[in-house]
Design a protein around this ligand. Sequence first.
Ligand code: NAD
Ligand code: UFG
Length: 337
Amino acid sequence: MQKIIITGGAGYIGSHTAVALQESGFDVVVIDNLSNSSVASLDGVASITGTRPCFECVDCTNIEALRSVFNRHSDAVGVIHFAALKAVGESVQQPLLYYRNNLDGLINVLTCMLEFQIPNIVFSSSATVYGVPSVLPVTEETPLQPATSPYGQTKVIGENIIRDTVLANPVLGATLLRYFNPIGAHPSGLIGEHPNGIPNNLMPYITQTAAGIRPMLRIFGDDYDTPDGFCVRDYIDVNDLAAAHVAALQYMLKGATGISTFNLGTGRGYSVMELVNAFQESTGADVPYQIVARRAGDVPAIWADASLAGRVLNWRADTPLSETLKSAWRWQQNCKK
Ligand code: NAD
Ligand code: UFG
């Protein structure tokens, strides 16, 4: 069995990817410091797949501890680096925390990969690297824009760190995956997104409002230059996203070298109001909302041209939105129990 190390594997996207990797026959080692997750997600992975991933509770910014884990798992054939802090607003308040955690962590992971000759890295990047795009949909060739937050900067800089490292070390191959807006949960309802405190993101805010945990969803702005005035995003099912990581690894393991970059989205944009309405229709749950002022820093509209991933990885996001919304609701209801 080929071994894959996933940093941040106890988190939202990491835990779904652990399931997808195990279901594809990989042996999974999770490295996570549990700063934004708990081992309950690994219990969920174990219930779904019948196998509990090996868990190493380590902070990627601690090079000595990380080196010791890599030493024990030096037979790994690849690393998926999810571990990062991701709250955009918090990153504006605490930039050094974000630069240290996200960039020191990445540098340490790359250092260990070179030391132990682990040849493939998949990196969690983000559509945030495109800033406010002037042409839609965005392709991988769309020029990158200055990031609007320290969090976004860590993705732009992280991509560059990996590019330079691969250029200097051709034994290393890298895939940069630019996620659009991941939503939903595993269909079993056993794993899902577990935000700490008040959610920043739309989907968990919708499900928590429908569950009565929040009194009201605030919709930020109805005066954008979009068809219905609300912001538009490309919402991708987290299980489809997880499958793309497996496809990316398999592509590299078949011999692809150098750096590949892929947008991961559905290719279709939905406005905030369309998403709220689709959620209510798919689940029958009511979402009280009020329309308030725009949120600072929001991009009016962005969606992906993800056709490159279709052509090269033979991957596409094909889960119907209604299934994704139902899974998010199922997970939310399980969280209350
Ligand atoms: P998450 O917070 O659920 O998962 C990240 C995991 O990394 C958590 O389990 C956390 O405990 C762990 N972690 C953080 N810093 C660490 C460190 N120094 N050492 C070890 N573990 C550490 O977030 P997610 O939504 O699963 O995001 C995964 C990756 O995808 C992140 O890199 C994020 O920036 C990126 N991303 C997420 C989104 C999104 O909307 N969810 C969009 C684009 C990109
Ligand atoms: N929104 C609301 N009310 C809320 C939360 C969000 O109306 O309570 C709106 C936002 O204004 C935006 C849309 O819902 O129009 C989506 O917002 P999210 O916060 O869910 O997602 P973003 O597109 O702002 O940000 C996400 C990730 C970031 C990443 C960015 C670009 O959270 O990490 O995509 O990839 F940087």
